[in-house]
Every structure is written in structure tokens, then in C-alpha cells.
Design a protein around this ligand. Structure first.
Ligand code: RNT
Ligand code: ZN
Length: 418
């Protein structure tokens, strides 16, 4: 797209926003600071590099078999860099334990060590990305239906050991990058059919977590993720929302809000302010549930928009960590990264462009009509011109230009993978 055209449009948009008291230059500076944590698992359908040969388990599923998924670390890294080159700003990378560099030896989950991620740490440094981390309780012979809440001490201790070791990995990552690594704990634990022991498993999970978190670290931060149910585990989820809110609030741990992990009519954005009053920070997994936790590619929809608006309205950009979590195997996977990341950033931009001061004055004065009218008018202000400027400034493709770029990478690289 012609640079002069983008600049001209931006100047007009800037004036238009100034009329409602919004400084677009400042907004662009703020947006530049907003980092997404890109999930490494979109490029290979949550397979990882353990090569255990099993299929994805733990109640999560990828659907589709679009060709070209990354088959090894080199391909995954190349794909992530490609995606990153079409996403404005600088971002983090969120790794799962199963993506370690195990170089053909079988390293069981209770044996993982920081050195298995030394290559990632170096690679991330070279490419200006900070790392976040996740323990992996799914897709393993010992995953079953219960991990950290398993009544069998042997299996439970296996997963406790795994999670402890993952925290040690995260600590090393945090140290190496001079910035805390955020480590998420999500376990699928639950039951397909009725249980008559709800309390028992939750107590076990609580005790396991207490044991895992007993070790204090200075360079990593823990977060814990709830869910309504997993596929095949429909009747009961040990780590429910209530469970983790209670746990997080009583232990001072961050809660992860995955936008696919709530009842369809719940508004996830509404939860941020409550959490921030009782827990230090919040982690997000931005996703797009379609009828269930389907992990469709994030788009610019009301849910994502409302989420970003809440972060800005709570003045919580420094306290809310924005991770992405979706895995669509039915379309070009690099394209999926780019769509979801840019959509989240666009939502954040719209949120930052809100004339919050005026809106709040209206609200304080009981001017309901005025508040609603301005909220509605904001929807048709020329935010697209501001977004284009952001892309231009960051030297990434403007607008739909990245489609052809992704197509080219597909033709030259991913389509040649079997
Ligand atoms: C599953 C959770 C979890 C996973 C990733 C792979 O429902 O959302 O966060 O998607 O850890
Ligand atoms: Zn998630």
C-alpha cells in the first residue's frame, strides 16, 4: 500500500480522534508496549517433540488436517519467525514442556531439566523474544483422567515432580531473559461420568499444588487455569473456576482466564476487575470458542474487544498478561497465528482509542444517553487508519498484504512438507 496514502489517512484520523479528546500518537506508543505471548503449539497442532507416538489427549482436540504442519523444532522455529514477521510490535513466546529439545533420547516428564530448553533460550534471545512456559499433563501414558488429583500416589507424585521441574525450567528462563517467565499450570483432571467424590479430588489437587508451589522463585510467576469440561471428561472438572479462584486468592497466585473455558453466556471480560482486586495479576488465554472450547482462531469479535476494553478501563496493562491459545488445523497455520495476533492487537487499539475520560464524566453525571451514544459513535471512527499506521511504523505488511506473503511461504516451504 502507498505510504503517502497511509500517512494522509492517519493525519485525518488523528484529527478526528483529537476532537473527542484522544491522542492517537500516544495510543500508538502504548500499543507498541503491549506484548502478546504467542503460543508455540499452533504451528504443529499441539504435538510437541517427545515423539511418544500417542495422540493428543487430556480432553483437548485439534480438528482438520491442513497440510504443512511443523514436524520438528527447526520447522516450528521457522514458522514462528515467519508469523512474527507479519505481526507488528515485539512479542513473547509461550512454550509447553513437550517442546523441549530432547534430541532423540526419551526424557520422561519427571526428568525434564532446564538444559532441555537451553537451545530455546538462546534462540529466543537471538530473536528478541522472551519466553513463557507451561507444564504438560496431557498426551502421556500416565495422563489418564487424573494427574495432580490422582488418588494413586505413584501417578500423582509423577505429575507433582513434573510440575516442580517445569517451575525450575521457568525460573532459568526468567533468569536468562532478565524478566519473569510466566508459567501456566493447566491439568485436564476430571471425570467422564458422575463422581461421588468431588471433594476428594479437589483436596488432592489443592495439596499437590501446595507442594509444587512450596519452593519460592524470584524469576518466574505461576498461574493456574480452570476449565468447564474437557472432551471425554464431561461430568466433572477438578480444577473448576471456583476451585482456582479460591486457590489463587488464598495463595496469591495468578489465575489464567481462557476465553474458551466458561459457559457460553458468561462474559469473561467481566472477571478481570474482580480478579485484580484479590490476585496480583491476571493471565489471559485469548481464544474463540464456537459452541464449545473449540479453540478456533481468535478474531476481532465482541468478546475479544470487551476483554481489551476491560484491561484498559481497569488501567491494568501492566498487570494483565495476554497469551493466545487456539489451535486450528484446518487452515494455514502461520496464517492462523497472524490473524489471531493482529485481531487481538486491533481490539487493544480500539480499546486504547476509547474516550474514557468523557465516557466516565457522562456516567458520573448520570447521562446514560450520552454515554451510550458516544460508545456507539466510537465504533465507526477511523481506527483502521490508525492500525495501518501502526503496521507501517513497525514495517510489517499493511492490511491484507500479508495474505500473499503467507501464500508465498506456503508455496515455497510448508506445502513441501509431507
Ligand atoms: C486446554 C487449555 C490449555 C491448553 C494449552 C495447550 O483447554 O486451554 O491452556 O490449550 O495448554
Ligand atoms: Zn488455555
Amino acid at each position: 500500500m502507498k505510504q503517502t496514502l497511509i500517512e494522509k489517512a492517519y493525519e485525518i484520523a488523528k484529527e478526528r480522534y483529537a476532537a473527542i479528546g484522544v491522542d492517537t500518537d500516544k495510543v500508538l506508543d502504548t500499543l507498541q508496549q503491549v506484548q502478546l505471548s504467542l503460543h508455540c503449539w499452533q504451528a504443529d497442532d499441539v504435538t510437541g517433540f517427545e515423539q511418544l507416538g500417542g495422540s493428543l489427549s487430556g480432553g483437548i482436540q485439534t480438528t482438520g488436517n491442513y497440510p504443512g504442519k511443523a514436524r520438528n523444532i527447526d520447522e516450528l522455529r521457522a514458522d514462528i519467525l515467519k508469523a512474527k514477521s507479519y505481526i507488528p510490535g515485539s512479542h513473547r513466546l509461550n512454550l509447553h514442556e513437550i517442546y523441549g529439545e530432547f534430541s532423540h533420547e526419551h526424557v520422561d516428564r519427571d526428568q525434564v531439566e532446564p538444559h532441555h530448553f537451553a537451545g530455546w533460550m538462546q534462540w529466543a534471545r537471538e530473536h528478541g523474544m522472551k519466553l513463557d512456559f507451561n507444564s504438560t499433563s496431557f498426551s502421556h501414558p500416565k495422563s489418564g483422567n487424573l494427574t495432580l488429583s490422582n488418588p494413586d500416589p505413584e501417578i500423582r507424585n509423577f505429575w507433582i515432580e513434573h510440575t516442580k521441574r517445569c517451575r525450575a525450567v521457568a525460573e532459568e528462563m526468567g533468569k536468562a531473559q532478565g524478566d519473569p517467565c510466566i508459567m501456566n499450570v493447566w491439568v485436564h483432571d476430571g471425570s467422564k461420568d458422575l463422581t461421588v467424590n468431588r471433594m476428594k479430588y479437589r483436596e488432592l489437587l489443592m495439596n499437590s499444588l501446595d507442594e509444587i508451589f512450596a519452593q519460592r522463585y524470584d524469576h518466574m510467576k505461576d498461574c493456574i487455569e480452570s476449565k468447564v469440561f474437557g472432551i471425554g471428561l464431561e461430568s466433572y472438572t477438578v480444577g473448576s473456576n471456583d476451585f482456582y479462584i479460591g486457590y489463587g486468592a488464598s495463595r496469591g497466585k495468578m489465575v489464567t482466564l481462557d476465553t474458551g473455558h466458561f459457559h457460553p453466556t458468561e462474559i469473561v471480560a467481566d472477571k478481570i476487575s474482580s480478579l485484580l482486586l484479590y490476585t496480583p495479576e491476571v493471565m489471559l488465554h485469548v481464544s474463540r470458542p464456537v459452541r464449545w472450547d473449540s479453540d478456533h482462531v481468535t478474531i476481532m469479535n465482541d468478546e475479544t474487544l470487551e476483554l481489551c476494553k476491560e484491561i484498559v478501563r481497569c488501567d491494568a496493562l501492566g498487570k494483565v498478561h495476554i497469551g493466545l491459545d487456539y489451535f486450528d488445523a484446518s487452515i494455514n497455520r502461520i496464517g492462523a497465528y497472524v490473524i489471531g495476533s493482529r485481531a487481538t492487537q486491533k481490539c487493544m487499539l480500539l480499546a486504547l482509542l476509547e474516550p474514557l475520560k468523557t465516557l466516565r464524566e457522562y456516567e458520573a453525571a448520570g447521562k446514560g444517553f450520552e454515554r451510550l451514544a458516544l460508545l456507539e459513535e466510537c465504533k465507526s471512527l477511523p481506527f483502521g487508519a490508525v492500525w495501518d499506521m501502526f503496521c507501517l511504523k513497525n514495517d510489517v505488511p499493511v492490511g491484507e498484504e500479508y495474505i500473499a506473503e503467507v501464500q508465498r511461504y506456503e508455496a515455497e516451504v510448508t506445502s513441501k512438507r509431507n
